[in-house]
Design a protein around this ligand. Structure first.
Ligand SMILES: Nc1ncnc2c1ncn2[C@@H]1O[C@H](COP(=O)(O)OP(=O)(O)OP(=O)(O)O)[C@@H](O)[C@H]1O
Length: 224
């Protein structure tokens, strides 16, 4: 199957220090990946590069079969790739308005926004929070609002930076349960994480950064 995104010879340095030197990164459609590596190995930096939030020194890029660049970052990729921060920033309006904001910016009609927001709220299991102000939500609730806010944009690739960090118990399980549904809807997902339960999700491909290089591990077939 053709890759959704493929990148060759990706290099990134900070202050003369070569952080990333990746020969080949290939992201298939409708596939989940976990990106692991020790603290400071460059996971967040790679995610930010893929989202167009960080510049890159060199790379050859193909996106949906067409040659592309990472800097400047093209509109087609900005529309199709959505980054979800570990501590999502939200406006002090309601949960529903936060979820619909990206669609409003894209000029989508209000009745369509309302429909999509409602669907995303149901999907994320946060109907009871619809009118709440995000600053009063727990970490797990905020992460589910952030996932719903990303999902309404129908991204081809979701970049989740430590989606379960600081969560435990039911909150963590609720977030983990949403990941396979994103993939079954046709999205690709890359999760930077240390969470063993995410790494062990069936069908997930492991990517590991070690000394700036990317190692591709086997796909989990049954979970581990
Ligand atoms: N803007 C920057 N300027 C200089 N150095 C930076 C910058 N951003 C990141 N770094 C450095 O690059 C390295 C990788 O950082 P990054 O946040 O990508 O690691 P990480 O693998 O996500 O770590 P963690 O698991 O702790 O979140 C770190 O040494 C960090 O200090």
């Amino acid at each position: 199957m053709d890759a959704l995104l493929s990148i060759r010879h990706l290099q990134k340095s900070f202050h003369q220090r070569r952080l990333l030197d990746i020969e080949n990164l290939s992201i298939a459609p409708a596939q989940a990946y976990v990106l692991t590596g020790t603290n400071g190995s460059g996971k967040s930096t790679l995610m930010r590069i893929l989202a167009g939030l960080e510049s890159v020194d060199a790379a050859e890029v193909q996106f949906q079969g067409k040659s592309a660049s990472l800097s400047p970052y093209p509109r087609a990729m900005r529309d199709a790739i959505v980054y979800v921060h570990q501590h999502p920033v939200m406006f002090s309006t309601s949960v529903a308005e936060n979820i619909g904001y990206g669609l409003l910016v894209r000029g989508v009609a209000k009745n369509i926004i309302a429909e999509k927001v409602e669907e995303a709220i149901e999907w994320a299991g946060i109907a009871h929070l619809r009118k709440n102000v995000p600053s009063f939500l727990s970490g797990g609730e905020k992460q589910r609002v952030a996932l719903a806010r990303a999902r309404v944009l129908a991204p081809k690739l979701l970049l989740l930076d430590e989606p379960t960090a600081n969560l435990d118990g039911a909150a963590r399980e609720q977030v983990i349960a949403l990941i396979p549904t994103l993939v079954s809807e046709g999205n690709s997902v890359i999760m930077a994480c240390h969470d063993r339960d995410l790494i062990a999700l069936p069908g997930v491909q492991r990517l590991k950064i070690r000394d700036g290089k990317l190692e591709v591990r086997k796909i989990n077939t049954h979970g581990e």
